[in-house]
Write a protein that binds this ligand. Structure first.
Ligand code: TRP
Length: 335
């Protein structure tokens, strides 16, 4: 069977939260268990350096994200799970692609343009505080994707443009040097929930409104109690569709449990009671994985071992491809 190749990267800044879990980690782990898919999942630690210049945080996040995916049951026999910086072929390919990528294409990248707009509004120089890392990061992302000839790239909406840029760069390279790269496609799953955070806005590290996935029980309870609600009293009917408590419930509950909770809202369930039930639901859902997560964090050598095994697998693909690409551009032994 010809398996479909799916690849995605996780930038190693921050601790995984419920929004990451529901939106990206849970569907990715489910895909890793499918026989017709070959998935490549990697810790994008070179990408982390674009946003985060704190070495302690980058390292800690790498460890936590690796432990999270392993604890949640990522099937590392079926999926290739590796750390970007363990695959030296990626930055080398990145340079070759950089020499094929139009500067004008990079000028149009949303992340760069957004930063320029903020500077202009503040009356600063347009490029104030913008590094070459931020400017050319779509090329590094293209290298991540093209290195493994991925067909599908599951991403959030904000990343579609980058996958299209990877396609553009691949097409240009193929046109000039011959067919080396598969043209990747972004895969945006509209059915996965975008979770609301504590304040009702999208759960995101940049809003500081997240509920970390593996908080110890007591802290998880506290955090759930902080979800913003209105002032309706027990006994007063509540609107589930505008409630973050209900929305998060829905992301973890079975359809029957969701119907029950909807009814409970109509019947005027107290906010305290709804939150207590939400805590129990989530705690039941993540309890076993949290135990594994804590064991893994206590045994970093094991995490490292898993990553090294993943890197060896990844390099069995990246080395031969890079060898061909090198020859194609004229970088080879003198004969
Ligand atoms: N830039 C992506 C993000 O911020 C992470 C990422 C890096 C990625 N390389 C990738 C995603 C390659 C998909 C494919 O979410």
């Amino acid at each position: 069977m010809n398996k479909q190749r799916v690849l995605t990267g996780i930038t190693t800044t921050g601790t995984p939260h419920l929004g990451n879990y529901v939106g990206a980690i849970r569907p990715a782990i489910a895909a890793s268990q499918r026989a017709d898919v070959q998935s490549f999942y990697f810790l994008a630690d070179f990408h982390a350096l674009i946003k985060c210049h704190d070495p302690v945080l980058v390292h800690q996040s790498t460890r936590e994200i690796a432990a999270t995916w392993l604890a949640l049951g990522l099937d590392t026999n079926n999926a290739v799970f590796y750390r970007q910086s363990d695959v030296p072929e990626i930055p080398e390919l990145c340079w070759m692609l950089t020499c094929m990528a139009a500067k004008g294409l990079m000028n149009r990248a949303h992340a760069y343009k957004g930063a320029v707009d903020i500077n202009k509004e503040a009356g600063e120089d347009p490029d104030f505080g913008i590094t070459m890392g931020l400017y050319s990061y779509p090329i590094l992302m293209a290298a991540d994707i093209l290195m493994f000839n991925a067909q599908k790239v599951p991403v959030g909406k904000d990343q579609i443009q980058h996958v299209e840029m990877a396609r553009d760069i691949a097409a240009r390279f193929n046109h000039h040097y011959g067919e080396h790269f598969v043209l990747p496609e972004a895969q945006v799953d509209d059915t996965v929930a975008l979770l609301q955070g504590l304040d009702g806005r999208k759960m995101s590290k940049s809003y500081g409104n997240t509920i970390p996935l593996f908080l110890p029980e007591k802290q998880l309870k506290k955090s759930i109690n902080k979800i913003l609600t209105n002032l309706l009293e027990p006994g007063e009917a509540k609107d589930p569709d505008t409630s973050a408590v209900f929305q998060i419930w829905q992301a973890f509950a079975t359809p029957a449990q969701t119907t029950e909770m909807r009814q409970a809202f109509a019947d005027g369930i107290a906010w305290g009671e709804a939150k207590k039930q939400l805590f129990e639901l989530i705690n039941g859902h993540v309890g076993d994985a949290r135990e594994k997560y804590e064991l893994l964090l206590d045994n970093p050598a094991h995490i490292e071992e898993m990553l090294q095994a993943g890197a060896a697998k990844a390099r069995s693909y990246s080395k031969p491809l890079l060898e061909k690409v090198r020859a194609a551009v004229g970088i080879k032994k003198i004969q």
